[in-house]
Write a protein that binds this ligand. Sequence first.
Ligand SMILES: NC(=O)c1ccc[n+]([C@@H]2O[C@H](COP(=O)([O-])OP(=O)(O)OC[C@H]3O[C@@H](n4cnc5c(N)ncnc54)[C@H](OP(=O)(O)O)[C@@H]3O)[C@@H](O)[C@H]2O)c1
Length: 445
Amino acid sequence: MAPQQSKTNMAVAGAALGCAALYAGSSFAGPSAPQQSLRGSSATIASFASQTPAAASPASASSAAALAPVLAGGVAVSLGLEKRRNRRNAQKSGRAAVVACAAGKVGCVGIVGSSGAVGKEMLACLEDRDFPTEKVRLFAKRAAGDVVESKKFGKITVEPFTVEAGQECEVCLMAVSGGFSEEFSPQIAGGPLNTSVIDNSSAFRYKDDIPLVIPEINGGENSSAPLVANPNCTTAIGAMALWPIHQKYKLKKVLMCTYQASSGAGAEGMAELEAGVKAFATTGKVPKPEVFAHQLPFNVIPQIDAFQENGYTKEEMKVTWELQKIFGLDDDVKIACTAVRVPTLRAHSESITIETELPMDPDDVRALLEKAEGVKVVDEPSSLSYPMPLNATGQYDVEVGRIRQSLVFGDKGLEFFVSGDQLLRGAALNAVIIAEQAVAKRLEA
Ligand SMILES: NC(=O)c1ccc[n+]([C@@H]2O[C@H](COP(=O)([O-])OP(=O)(O)OC[C@H]3O[C@@H](n4cnc5c(N)ncnc54)[C@H](OP(=O)(O)O)[C@@H]3O)[C@@H](O)[C@H]2O)c1
């Protein structure tokens, strides 16, 4: 399947030309959520881990043999990604540089957390999208001192982070924990170079005075705030399909069930899944989990992040809180989610059921989504075409399919399935497009 980014690029080019994006307001008055722990509470994890029954699954030669294609599949994920990137680059010649219409470049973009799952993708996005900067600086902790070869920006030595170094960048993309960001983002934002900080953690998402931005939905002016919050990856992926539907048919209820990849828990989450599968293939046993609450290989875990008093997890509540803020929804629009970790490496999927105020025809919705920015309709049951994480991996657009009228809500109800690369649309790409809009505005001034 050929990768495609055209609609996303059109949106950003529009922003670079100064087109005002839709502003959904930020009058969110929801709970002031405490900072997100990337891997949930360590106490919870430890207590769950001690009960993990499958930490020593029985070996069997046949299961190990059956695993060989799975392992090969793991390699294929990386190779497939590389191929897709190469094809995408080859196809790019016809595409104008995203912000080519904005004169000049900024002096420096910093990536804080550059060695992590999101940080690495941020550098790839800056390269892939010809981001208008003279220089990229990379900051990390354990990886400080490493040298990264960038095709576009040359050899970059990873530096330890300091506030002064952050203030030397016009744009700082934060791909670190909520605690780190909470402390340092406000110290860099603004500053001598009027630094734009775009934060990927949940530290600022629920603050009334900080915009929470998906550029195709509520970017524009919001992207130029000194500190901008990137939404949760699950929210961002679902929002791409929900926003056009909401604009035309008005959402009343949203029910979401997710199938979230291991890399949603960062580079270490992905490494734990790969190591677990490899260990099972060679020894027949899966090591005790450290990142996840339970064994992830050959399992699904219906818990992501900490449980809340209402029985939902924090990850699930983020979908409710963040869609309300980004879409500017009234309190009477009800949103609920069940978030589940599944043993895939990358790209989250979501089964979404909606009820709307106005009746919908599934064909009309399909046509609407075909025109939507950042969305690719993959919906041909006759050829077994529907969204899947392996296909969504490495793609900028979110795939939407299995669009059908809901048996529960009738003609005011719809069911559909989405798969989107949570490291791109749910994190790095979203942040880089926000930065493109901020830089276009800066260069315009
Ligand atoms: N993974 C996802 O799908 C996803 C999606 C959306 C949002 N997010 C959010 O994005 C943020 C990053 O997530 P991730 O998945 O990329 O995590 P990760 O893979 O664990 O990476 C964390 C990064 O932070 C760096 N770091 C830690 N302490 C530091 C310090 N004192 N100074 C400088 N750098 C430091 C680490 O550097 P070293 O490893 O070199 O020490 C690493 O580069 C989190 O807030 C997460 O919630 C993640």
